[in-house]
Design a protein around this ligand. Structure first.
Ligand code: AMP
Ligand code: GLY
Length: 422
């Protein structure tokens, strides 16, 4: 099999690692990749939004499967474009990708199919939104409809904050992504992420993970793409899993079939859990980053074989096997992230991995410059630890974290705290 992987983050490095270990892989390509991926795949520096260039690449390299990692090319319709030209993509088409690309699309689907979620209303002008705020109690959650790089959700703790946010959005702060907004009820509880894989006809549950979205220890400060994660998430007991599948996942898969856009790829449900009941906060149409980095390494199956079974719509006859371990990942970020930060710093200590068991490094914002590995993004590295329990896995990960450095390296010291507290 010749596989093209789209993306260049830690998520894609963990996927590339699993693909490269497959007995079925012939050529592994990645657009654009990073300094870690280029050690195991041929990386090509094309723009992932240039669909024509990607199609040409597939044609010239006899690509069998295109694995699309990030949401932007999916929401832009890369899968549709390649499918029309006879290339199989692992990742949903543009209509199904609206599950992530449009909050109102997803909320309307939830309403129609009775999927438990926060009560909401959709607005396309500030005047009506302000009336709604006036008539509802605070806190309220305000969400821009389109993709906003994780910055389009505002938890308004005061009425003034809600009013200012609405005014800012309708003054163009988020461009077209903010042409519509959803305002919804604030849900309290504990968050968990749940993943399934679907071939358009059937689906199989993957596993659960928990992410740490805030920049600071104790889950305080600005929201980020994710500062660390672990899997499995102890909160997701069997009963909760069954409820999630029956009340949330199954009706969604049915809805996408009813809408004429069968769902192919990874579906990531962001859940809020309270009193052992799950509610859907949001969908993502791809693996989470950094959740992927703790899920893929726990999978025993050959990843290429799994993708072939998706391509052949054979998932109902396929069984997944998971390692009986825990995985944790700690994100090393550039100081200043998620706001402005510096790049180009040399990363030192990567060789320390040779001296520690049960650890792994996935690169995110890194590149090779003059034979050195330097930082090139906000989230730079993911340091994984594996163990028979979370305490063990955490110890392993942090023992390697302490050996790696560059000027301005920042990381959270409490990844896993919620699960460890329990
Ligand atoms: P989203 O992009 O929709 O996942 O939202 C980002 C984050 O905002 C979530 O991970 C939650 O922490 C928080 N959030 C979103 N919607 C709600 C809600 N209705 N109630 C409480 N927190 C929420
Ligand atoms: N870690 C959250 C996300 O990938 O959306």
């Amino acid at each position: 099999m010749n596989i093209l992987l789209i993306g260049g983050g830690g998520r894609e490095h963990s996927i590339a690692e699993a693909l490269s270990k497959s007995s079925k892989i012939n050529e592994l390509h990645c657009i654009p990749g990073n300094a870690g991926i280029e050690k195991i795949a041929s990386c090509h520096n094309y723009d992932i939004s240039n669909q024509q260039e990607i199609l040409n690449f597939c044609e010239n390299n006899n690509i069998d499967i295109v694995f699309i990692g990030p949401e932007i090319p999916l929401v832009e319709g890369l899968a549709d474009y390649l499918n029309r030209n006879s290339f199989f993509t692992f990742g949903p088409n543009q209509k199904a990708a609206k599950l992530e690309g449009s909050k109102s699309f997803t909320k309307d689907m939830c309403k129609k199919y009775n999927i438990p979620t926060a009560t909401y209303e959709t607005f396309s002008n500030a005047k009506d939104a302000l009336v709604y705020i006036d008539n509802h109690s605070i806190p309220l959650v305000i969400k821009v409809d389109g993709l906003a790089a994780g910055k389009g959700v505002i938890i308004a703790e005061t009425r003034d904050h809600a009013i200012n946010s609405v005014n800012e959005i309708f003054s163009g702060k988020f461009g077209n992504a903010g042409d519509e907004i959803v305002i919804e009820e604030f849900l309290d509880g504990e968050e968990a992420s749940y993943f399934i894989i679907s071939d358009g006809e059937s689906f199989i549950p993957l596993t659960s993970a928990q992410d740490h979205k805030r920049i600071g220890d104790g889950d305080i400060g600005l929201n980020t793409g994710g500062m660390g994660a672990y899997s499995p998430a102890p909160i997701m007991n069997k009963e909760l899993e069954e409820k999630t599948i029956n009340k949330i996942i199954k009706p969604t898969i049915k809805a996408m079939n009813d809408y004429g856009s069968p769902y192919i790829g990874i579906l990531y449900a962001g859940l809020m859990i309270k009193d052992n009941e799950p509610k859907l906060i949001e969908y993502n149409v791809r693996f989470g980053d950094p959740e992927c980095q703790v899920i893929i390494p726990r999978l025993e199956n050959d990843l290429v074989e799994l993708l072939v079974n998706v391509k052949e719509k054979n998932l109902d006859n396929y069984t997944l096997k998971w390692k009986e371990n825990f995985a944790i990942t700690v994100v090393l970020a550039a100081k200043g992230y998620p706001e402005s930060y510096e790049t180009g710093d040399e990363i030192k200590g990567l060789d320390a991995i040779g001296n520690i068991d049960d650890v792994e490094i996935f690169h995110a914002g890194t590149k090779t410059k003059n034979n050195k590995i330097v930082t090139s993004g906000g989230r730079v590295l993911n340091i994984n630890g594996y163990g028979k329990n979370l305490v063990d896995a955490k110890e392993k990960a942090y023992s390697l974290v302490k050996k790696i450095n560059w000027s301005g390296c920042y990381y959270r010291k409490d990844i896993g705290w919620r699960a460890l507290k329990e």
